[in-house]
Design a protein around this ligand. Structure first.
Ligand code: FMN
Length: 211
């Protein structure tokens, strides 16, 4: 079927303002768990958008590893393109899409570094091969070929043989604060339900937006 002819009706249950939890982090956790129960692939995947120095937005998928009132935590190479962009401009947005449930959520906020303790604890929980990978991959840099990457993996595998792999100084967590957040539920005839959370003097307000 051609892309322009695909038309799926979103027959899911509607969303009312009273259905929403008071705090958007709780609501996001709820939707994450519901997506997981529904068998969504990578239900914690989100597209994080940051601004490049040339003014273009850059967006890429990362996995959310924690959602709390402090924000949404993800882990990456801090020397990567996104890391450099965040260092220049911490304002960012993230979008979750749970397509099976006809749901999406998006957040705007500022990105700050996760603490060393949090980054260390998460790094220690990763499989050893991923820990080696964090050392071996100069993320976002051009590399000549796959063999070059394999050689780097071998080099760091030998370097850390017999000892715990330490967290690389350039690898760690980022926390995207939840400054505002929108929840979107698909409904029939494109008359979707949308609710926007904004914070006023530490109190969350929710308004319905037109679809
Ligand atoms: C499902 C999925 C999950 C991903 N999770 C992460 C992640 O948690 N951290 C990460 O650095 N990159 C992750 N990536 C790779 C990023 O999308 C991206 O290629 C990489 O971080 C480099 O982005 P940058 O060049 O904009 O910095 C993931 C990709 C996919 C498709």
């Amino acid at each position: 079927m051609g892309l322009a002819d695909r038309r799926i009706q979103y027959e899911t249950a509607g969303l009312e303002i009273d259905d929403l939890l008071a705090n958007p982090a709780d609501q996001l956790n709820l939707w994450y768990h519901q997506a997981e129960e529904a068998g969504a692939a990578e239900p914690n995947a989100m597209v994080v958008s940051t601004l490049a120095a040339d003014g273009f937005p850059d967006a890429r998928v990362v996995l959310a590893r924690d959602i709390s009132e402090n924000g949404i935590t993800f882990y990456t190479n801090r020397l990567s393109a996104k890391g450099q962009q965040i260092a220049l401009n911490p304002q960012a947005s993230a979008t979750f899409a749970w397509l099976q449930l006809h749901r999406s959520a998006r957040v705007r906020g500022s990105i700050s570094l996760a603490s060393d303790e949090v980054s260390d604890a998460y790094f220690a929980s990763r499989p050893r091969s991923s820990q080696i990978g964090a050392w071996a991959s100069p993320q976002s840099e051009p590399i000549g070929n796959r063999e070059q990457l394999d050689d780097l993996v071998e080099e760091f595998t030998e370097k850390f043989e017999g000892i715990d792999v330490p967290r690389p100084p350039h690898w760690g967590g980022y926390v995207l604060s939840i400054d505002s957040m929108e929840f979107w539920q698909g409904r029939p005839s494109r008359l979707h339900d949308r609710f926007l959370y904004t914070c006023h003097n530490n109190v969350w307000r929710v308004v319905r937006l037109a679809p």
